[in-house]
Structure formats: C-alpha cells, structure tokens
Design a protein around this ligand. Structure first.
Ligand code: GLN
Length: 454
C-alpha cells in the first residue's frame, strides 16, 4: 500500500510506470495466507517488484514501449517473472522504456518519456529508465531490467541506483521480448548491492526454455554481497583501468568521481593496474551493426498477423497491410535500426558490415581475456556524463549512441557488469556510477567488490 500511495503521489510527474497492477494488494494478502499456513517463503516474499515492460506477464499488458503491442496480453509469464511470483515477490506494475529497448534516455517510448527523480527536466537513462526511476523515487524497492548495451547499468548510473547485467546465459531470456538475442540479458535494478544479489538469486539459474541458458549451478549472490560488506575482499584485489579509454568525452565530475572511487579502493588495499584494451572503444561501432542486424530479424515477427496491431488497407494485399501496420506501429528509432540492420545483412554488404562487426567483437573478447589474465576486475565510469536534459540528444542519434561507450563491450563479450553509485558530480550535483566488469561466470565477484565499496 505504501508503494501504491507513493506511485499515486509522484508518478504523474515521473511516469516510471506504464501500468500499475490492480492485483498487488490481493497478491500480497495471498502471501500472508501462504505464510500463515506455514509455508517457508524466501527472504523477498511480500516485497513489491517493478517489471520492465519488455518482460511478458499474464496479468498485465506487455508493450515493450511500442504502439505495435498496445494492450498486448501474453499467454505466459517470462521465466524471471514466474520465478519472482514463486518466491513471493509482488508484481507492482510494468515500467516505461525506450521502444523495444532501443535508446539511452527513455524518450523513444511510444507512451511518452520518464523523468529523472533527481531533476524532472532530465532523462532517467535508457532503455530501462522506468525501472531505475521507480527505484530511485521510492515507488518500488526492486525492479527488473534488461541490458543489451547498457540499459540496466546506464539508467542506474544517472539515477543513483545499482544495476547489474549478469553473465550472458546466467538469467533466462525466455519471455523477454528480444532486441538482439546474442546481447540481451535480464537483471536487477535496486538501491543496494545486497538487494540486487537477493533478486539475482531468485531470477537466475538454468532455464530449459532458453537455449543459451548456462547449465551450471551458481553461488548465492546475496551471500557474496554480505561477504563483500563485512569481509576484507578489497585487500590485494587487482583492479584494471583501461589506458585507451579516452579522457575526452567524459564530464569532469564523472572522471573526478571515478578517481575518488579508485582512491577508496586503494585505501582498502586494492591495487590499481593499468591495462590495455585497444578494441574497447570500437565497441560502439560494432554494436550498432550487430544490434540492428539482430533486431531487424527479431522484429520481423510483428507482421500484423501474429502479434498486436493491425491496420487494415481495404482492397490491399498482405504486404500492404503489413507495411501500413509497421509504419503506424513502429517509432522513428525502431525504423532507423530496422533499415540499418536489413542493409547490413543484405547480399553484397554482409561481409563488409556484419562480418567486420563480428570480427571486432572477437577482438574485444580477446582484449577481455588478456586483461583478466592480469586483473580480477576492470573498473570504468559507468557512462560519460550525468543525466542529460530531455530533448538534448533526441535529434542526434550518434550522440545518443556514443553514450554507451563504456557499457557496450560487456554485452559484446558476454561478461557481467555492475554499476554502483560513486557519488555526485561536483558541477551539477547529479549521481555518478562506477562500473565493474568481471570474467564470464564471475558475477559473485562483482557483488563482493560492489558491496565492499558501497
Ligand atoms: N542504449 C543502447 C541502445 O540503444 C542500449 C539498449 C539496451 O541495453 N537495451 O541500443
């Protein structure tokens, strides 16, 4: 009730939610009944959960921020949602996002932007701006996001929250409306590292419905966070800092906060090691070919027949109906990427674009392999700037894309990454995050280090 009250009080301004559950209080009461009947419930039982609208739910519409899916009801729950329900979490509502998770500001939502609770004239990051804003504004204690190129970590950075992108394959993608299937991962957005670990424990682990789901057993991430908070895990920790990451393009307060955080790590016994990752900065260029290519294929299913909207064209052919529907249903950014993606995949251009991008992807993976032979984690600022103003980059896609320079390499390589708050930028008083990256499958290391620095 407290969270519903808070939503009623502030969400007209923030617009974090696309849909608020009418059933939340009933579900919460049901959990009390289960508890009273003696059922052993997990530590998050009864805790409300905001769910990014890219994740399908049976009891609330799932639009992925697009008009083409307006009102769409899924016949099944995403695995992460189903697991949350079993653990007794209470779905609170569906959160706003850039259409089909394409964007860094939530301004590409077909349902209007979300605003940053720290300053309503600024963006909450994207694509998962709704989940991060809901958590930052105390509308929800926990949220789920998805991260294809930074959509969990960058919103966390600009809203002063914690965002974790798990190892590729660590959390099921079943029921996450696909953007780029080789990059997409679902993960937690929370106010503390421990909260993120607890939620990750609930949603993670093998799922036979996702063919890329890793089969192995995972350690408890909540336990790792607790160990980090109490233990001496920073002593002797080798933290890599990428020497090629250009200093230009980073806002002064972001660089400053990063240096302060490195100082704190050193003060607790960590060793800062300069490493070389020469292909890291080409991640953006490779990503913005791989992503549109995969997205153009994934979005082909919105054909006016199988899902969502249909615009009838009297006397028209099937192709006419499909074209009219896709024209009316998709926004500009989605159309831009479908066109880029189909072009990059077309005969004659495939090797030059998609093929080259895949080679860069391999080089970035090798950079990570070599770096992790020398260090335990890599640290970067989570994004180049603090929250920018609404409208500032909306007409300049390249500026919007460059915002993802630090987050994208983790998706290209499949490694886990966490963004945790590192303070406020001196010049504007807005939140800044520090990102830690670890080798694939070492998610627990990020919870340990994150909780130790927190
Ligand atoms: N900003 C990135 C993009 O626009 C990230 C998207 C994401 O992680 N879903 O593609």
């Amino acid at each position: 009730q407290a969270h519903l009250d808070r939503i009623a009080a502030v969400d007209a301004d923030i617009h974090a939610f696309l849909h608020v559950s009418e059933r939340a209080l009933d579900v919460a009461a049901g959990i009390d009944t289960r508890r009273a009947a003696g059922e052993q419930l997990g530590p998050l039982a009864g805790v409300p959960l905001a769910i990014k609208d890219v994740l399908v739910t049976t009891d609330m519409p799932s639009t992925s921020g697009s008009k083409i899916l307006e009102g769409y009801m899924s016949p099944f729950d995403a695995t992460v949602v189903a697991r949350s329900r079993v653990a007794g979490l209470v779905p609170l509502g569906k959160t706003n996002m850039d259409e089909f998770a394409m964007g860094s500001s939530t301004e590409h939502s077909a349902y209007g932007p979300t605003r940053n609770p720290w300053d309503l004239n600024r963006i909450p990051g994207g694509s998962g701006g709704g989940s991060a804003a809901a958590v930052a504004a105390f509308e929800a204690p926990l949220a789920l996001g998805s991260d294809t190129g930074g959509s969990i970590r960058q919103p966390a950075h600009v809203t002063g929250t914690v965002g974790m992108k798990p190892t590729y394959g660590g959390v099921s993608r079943y029921g996450a409306i696909a953007l780029a299937s080789s990059l997409d991962q679902v993960g937690p957005v929370t106010r503390t590292v421990l909260d993120a670990g607890m939620l990750h424990d609930v949603i993670g682990g093998h799922d036979p419905h996702d063919s890329t789901s890793l089969a192995e057993a995972w350690p408890s991430f909540a336990a790792a966070a607790r160990e980090g908070a109490t233990g001496d895990v920073l002593k002797g920790l080798r933290v890599g800092v990428i020497k090629e990451l250009p200093d230009s393009g980073f806002q002064a307060g972001v660089s400053e906060s990063f240096r302060t955080a490195l100082g704190a790590l050193q003060a607790h016994g960590a060793e800062i090691v300069e490493i070389s990752a020469p292909h890291f900065e080409y991640g953006v260029a490779a990503y913005y070919l791989v992503l549109p290519a995969e997205a153009s294929s994934n979005l082909a299913k919105f054909d006016s027949v199988r899902f969502g909207m249909r615009i009838d064209v009297p006397g028209g052919t099937v192709e006419d109906v499909m074209a009219a529907t896709r024209d009316a249903g998709f926004g500009d950014e989605v159309k831009r990427r479908i066109i880029l993606g189909t072009y990059a995949l077309s005969a004659g251009y495939y090797d030059a674009y998609y093929g080259s991008a895949q080679k860069v992807r391999t080089l970035i993976q090798r950079d990570f392999d070599e770096a992790f032979a020398q260090v335990d984690v890599i640290a970067t600022p989570s994004a180049p700037t603090t929250a920018f103003k609404l409208g500032e980059k909306i007409d300049d896609p390249l500026q919007m894309y460059l915002n993802d320079v630090t987050t994208i390499p983790a998706n290209l390589a499949g490694v886990p990454g966490i963004s945790i708050p590192s303070g406020l930028a001196a010049e504007d008083g807005l939140p800044v995050g520090i990102q830690f990256l670890a080798p694939a499958r070492e998610d627990a290391r990020l919870y340990r280090v994150g909780a130790a620095l927190e």
